[in-house]
Design a protein around this ligand. Structure first.
Ligand code: NAI
Length: 390
């Protein structure tokens, strides 16, 4: 159980690039990082508009002289200070992630970057290698990976509660973009512009989330081949897809499918991971994150609840309130962020082995997301054919 106690020696000195007023995801980062004093927000370049960014930073109680016009100035000026930032979060549109992450690493900062980490596998490898050379950490915010029920699913599968794993069925299929809402909404507009969004829309924006959850639950499975078909039901979005279907074969012979959509009219999120084993299945749904369905063949289905003593120990350590009360999105993010702080401290103390135990999305997870999108696009653009996973 968490009681708000700090998990590191002191809060990590922290800055942000992006996440300004009106941005979709900026507040999720701040609310997670500032909870439990894991991080202290001291500086930022919060907005593409320098004046708007400076004004916004001050409303977050950042000193005026540490609200910078752009990320280059942020990194250069903070490096001169004895109390300069040690880590930065990058919450800007996709096409900026590679350059800003690279610059941050070169400035000696630990990086928490939004997904996708970059556009190509070559860039992802370069960033991963640069982080290793600089002895800095890259973390990627697949937020729900911090939820206790994802840890419970991972433990159940590892303990053999499902038997041999046969099928993984995933979806992230909402309906919010069933109409061309991008005409009025700037946060959606860049998502359907390949120059800003990258080689995909929903595959990268949505699909990488359940993909990472499945990697947490099923670390033993490696994708061997996949087939992807993608569509632009709102025609003006082509060549980027607003809907896609992916089939995957793992090296064990287990199979997976994923439906990814922004045009599933009427649906809120539909982010689900169902894992089917030879004895039983489990299913997690982000709209009801505190419940895990556990279905043993031949028995009535069970609903496993967060906050209960019958859970595996790793699914109990992050409870902030007892069972029955809802914990969800914000708590999952906070769980990731306190672990990011612990990982940063471990790295700074020359103890990187601890990072594996923290079960957090690092550069490797960022790389895997970019790699999966690249393989999906390659398959789809050949007409939806099976391709070997590269
Ligand atoms: P947005 O368009 O709503 O906000 C972007 C923010 O970045 C704005 O404040 C803008 O002024 C600022 N910005 C843009 N370029 C900048 C630059 N060069 N320097 C400083 N600030 C700059 O975008 P949204 O939806 O918040 O997405 C940001 C990133 O977060 C994207 O990569 C997206 O894929 C990711 N995201 C991740 C989510 C998750 O669950 N992990 C959820 C939503 C978005």
């Amino acid at each position: 159980m968490l009681f708000g106690e700090i998990k590191t020696r002191r809060p990590i000195r922290w800055g942000m690039v992006g996440g300004g007023r009106g941005a979709q995801v900026g507040y999720s980062h701040r609310s997670a990082a500032l909870r439990d004093n894991s991080f202290q927000l001291l500086a930022g370049a919060f907005d593409i508009d320098p004046e708007a960014g400076k004004a916004f930073g001050q409303t977050l109680l950042v000193s005026p002289e540490r609200c910078y016009a752009d990320y280059q100035t942020l990194f250069a000026e903070e490096a001169k200070r004895a109390d300069g930032i040690e880590a930065v979060t990058i919450a800007t549109p996709n096409n900026t992630h590679y350059a800003i992450t690279r610059a941050a690493l070169l400035a000696g900062l630990h990086v928490i970057c939004e997904k996708p980490l970059c556009f190509t596998v070559a860039e992802a490898k370069e960033l991963r290698d640069l982080a290793a050379q600089q002895n800095r950490l890259i973390c990627v915010t697949y937020g729900y990976a911090g939820h206790q029920m994802i840890r419970q699913a991972r433990a159940m599968i590892a303990q053999g509660d499902l038997g041999e794993i046969r099928i993984v069925q995933m979806s992230f299929a909402h309906g919010f973009h069933s109409e061309p809402v991008e005409l009025a909404n700037p946060s959606t507009r860049w998502r359907v512009n390949p120059e800003v969004a990258g080689p995909s829309y929903v595959l990268g924006d949505l699909g990488t989330h359940p993909l990472y959850l499945s990697e947490v639950m099923l670390p033993q499975l490696q994708i061997k081949k996949l087939l992807c078909s993608r569509q632009s039901f709102v025609k003006s979005r082509a060549p980027l897809e607003d809907n896609a279907f992916v089939m995957m074969e793992y090296d064990t012979g287990a199979m997976a499918s994923m439906w990814i959509s922004a045009v599933n009219a009427g649906s809120m999120h539909q982010q689900k991971v169902r894992v089917v084993g030879s004895k039983a299945s489990l299913e997690w749904w982000d709209e009801h994150p505190n419940q895990l369905r556990y279905e043993i063949q031949g028995e009535p289905a069970r609903v496993i609840e967060r906050g209960m003593g019958y859970l595996y120990p790793e699914a109990q350590v992050d409870d902030r309130v007892g069972g029955g009360h809802p914990e969800g999105y914000f708590e999952a993010w906070s769980n990731l962020y306190y672990r990011f702080a612990m990982a940063i401290e471990a790295m700074d103390n020359g103890n990187p082995d601890l990072i594996d135990e923290l079960c957090i999305p690092t550069a490797e997870a960022g790389y895997e997301g970019v790699r999966w999108v690249e393989n999906c696009v390659r398959s789809a653009d050949q007409g939806g054919v099976w391709v070997d996973y590269q």
